[in-house]
Design a protein around this ligand. Sequence first.
Ligand SMILES: NC(=O)c1ccc[n+]([C@@H]2O[C@H](COP(=O)([O-])OP(=O)(O)OC[C@H]3O[C@@H](n4cnc5c(N)ncnc54)[C@H](OP(=O)(O)O)[C@@H]3O)[C@@H](O)[C@H]2O)c1
Length: 306
Amino acid sequence: MATPLMVRSSPFWCRHCYTYQYPLNYKPFSSISYSPIKTKSFSLLNSAKMEGGTGITQEVKENLGEDLRVKKKIFVAGATGSTGKRIVEQLLAKGFAVKAGVRDLEKAKTSFSHDNPALQIVKADVTEGSVKLAEVIGDDSEAVICATGFRPGWDLFAPWKVDNFGTVNLVDACRKLGVNRFILVSSILVNGAAMGQLLNPAYIFLNVFGLTLVAKLQAEQYIRKSGINYTIIRPGGLRNEPPTGNLVMEPEDTLYEGSISRDKVAEVAVEALNLPEASYKVVEIVSRPDAPNRSYVDLFGSIKQR
Ligand SMILES: NC(=O)c1ccc[n+]([C@@H]2O[C@H](COP(=O)([O-])OP(=O)(O)OC[C@H]3O[C@@H](n4cnc5c(N)ncnc54)[C@H](OP(=O)(O)O)[C@@H]3O)[C@@H](O)[C@H]2O)c1
């Protein structure tokens, strides 16, 4: 009989030995099939290929023999977005394998270089439901990073479809697959009403377009109740310029202004993957010239879990 989802303790990724470490008392979710030993990790992808349909790219596995180098594979949703693309690039630079989830394969061709064997590009529209998403995320992804955001257009429900239901679909796909790490790029002010920021122009502006911030908050709440090990990153206004100043990281519902480079947001998302201090946390980030330079362990460690 299925038992309710419950987190007893969490595995973590050791960047030194490049393997998953499991606490002695670790027990995976009992109601989902989750194999903590991902034998498929002992493979390399032979090329960055693309395909349509359900979008699962053919992998060619190379037996590494005694060489136990393992590339941990991360699925990135919204990979052709301004932040998503940076997340993909930084993951690859740090030695991860990446499954880049994109809506438009043609666009992806111009976004990424084709010759990286650690990059796999798959078609993934988050509005198409959790079953299809589970197919593309596959049983070889160890974690999901969501950097999607609705594209403004005539559809007033787009924020709900993408930023709420789309993210919920991704979480449900993770639960089906037993993927127990989820990182979401959300936004400061999602809970602006509760913070007394109803009249903040940014809060008003972003909610005029289909209640975008409310949609994101709903998705956040779903993730937090899901039992999945999450890190919700709420950045201030996003800039394309390279980072300046130092990173400020605060608890949820704290920051109501400020901005940050997309490069830095991507860095925070990638760092969160490796740090146990980032687990089950909501963090708000901006950068400021006068902020002290702190390590990620210190920054994430200073945020309390709620
Ligand atoms: N802009 C800001 O100042 C700001 C501030 C705080 C937080 N944020 C949030 O930060 C996140 C990243 O922002 P950004 O400006 O870097 O993003 P962006 O460039 O607007 O990219 C959004 C991504 O989401 C994808 N997407 C849209 N609908 C989708 C769907 N149905 N299925 C799958 N993917 C879909 C887009 O795909 P295509 O490439 O195919 O269009 C694109 O890759 C967003 O959630 C945004 O709301 C933004």
